[in-house]
Ligand binder design. Structure first.
Ligand code: PDD
Length: 284
């Protein structure tokens, strides 16, 4: 039996119910985080918490926590009672429940929902690399907020699936912003390019961690938008997210990236990122 956490209670999955007046349900008025854990250790935890705080503040959603340190205990307990070793936390906070009205009371009590799911196996993709397609970025201009309003991302991801690709890289004025569920990187002449952190992309936790690794290795990093033609002419390409870590990209819009094989620098970073995560695990 799977347990969730809803507004202060650990409940069976089929008992965790929320009002149809939840503003997340009616307006997608909420934010979320997806946090990975391995051997029951939460990974990149402080980065996720910092982003969570930013998302709440940006939307002026009241925090459901008196003290954020209580969240760590809740997550650890949820992992324990679900008997999952390796997986992901889905955490959602909506502005709260009230009669449907675009206007809201600033005093509204937010709704906190947390569920947990097992790690999916992406090893095949890591070995073969993945294809991405591109399409226009039709999202709003506050992509830096990890909002649960994901309709444009859903449409983009489904379009990729239809084309037997893993991801859609979104374009704004012919420049790649990011994927629908991941950040986008290309490598040219040993320089790594990725969109800078601003309102056009979500500042990915994995992106930030990988950038930390890149900087430590003294590899040249350019945080600047790159065009679709830059992507077509890249030596290597990859994408990052909490759920997959680093995935090599071998085809963009059906054109091979370089020779269509996983690049050597990408392989190196994949290895380094594994080491980076492994260091966060405490073995008892
Ligand atoms: N998606 N960009 C977008 C639009 C995303 O939705 C995500 C993550 C990322 C990568 O962020 P991070 O490295 O912090 O996971 C970038 C999550 C995993 C999801 O929606 O399931």
């Amino acid at each position: 039996m799977q347990y969730n956490y809803l507004n202060g209670k650990f409940l069976y999955k089929n008992e965790s119910k929320i009002s149809t007046e939840d503003r997340g349900f009616n307006f997608a008025d909420g934010i979320y985080e997806v946090i990975a854990f391995r051997k029951k250790n939460l990974l990149n935890y402080s980065r996720h918490i910092n982003r969570l705080k930013c998302s709440l503040q940006s939307l002026k959603i009241n925090s459901p926590f008196k003290n954020l340190s209580s969240l760590h205990f809740i997550l650890k307990y949820l992992i324990e009672i679900n008997h999952i070793e390796n997986g992901f936390i889905y955490l959602q906070i909506t502005r709260g429940s009230s009669e449907r009205n675009h206007l809201y009371s600033p005093k509204l009590k937010s709704n906190l929902f947390i569920s947990i799911f097992q790690t999916k196996n992406f090893s095949k993709y890591k070995k073969t690399g993945v294809k991405v397609i591109t399409s226009n970025d039709i999202r709003w201009k506050r992509c830096d907020i990890k909002s649960i309003s994901l309709l444009a991302n859903v449409i983009g991801k489904q379009a990729a699936f239809r084309m037997k690709a893993y991801e859609t890289w979104q374009k704004y004025k012919n420049y790649i912003t990011e994927g629908t569920t991941s950040n986008a990187f290309i490598i040219k002449n040993k320089k790594i390019f990725t969109h800078k952190k601003n309102n056009y992309i979500l500042g990915g936790v994995t992106r930030d961690a990988v950038i930390e690794i890149i900087k430590k290795k003294k590899i040249k990093l350019v945080e600047k938008k790159f065009s679709i033609d830059d992507a077509f002419g890249a030596d290597e390409a990859f994408l990052t997210s909490t759920t997959v870590g680093i995935l090599p990209v071998i085809k963009i819009d059906n054109k091979k990236v370089s020779n269509g094989k996983i690049g050597s620098l990408t392989k190196e970073l994949m290895f380094d990122y594994e080491v980076y995560l492994e260091k966060q695990i405490k073995y008892e």
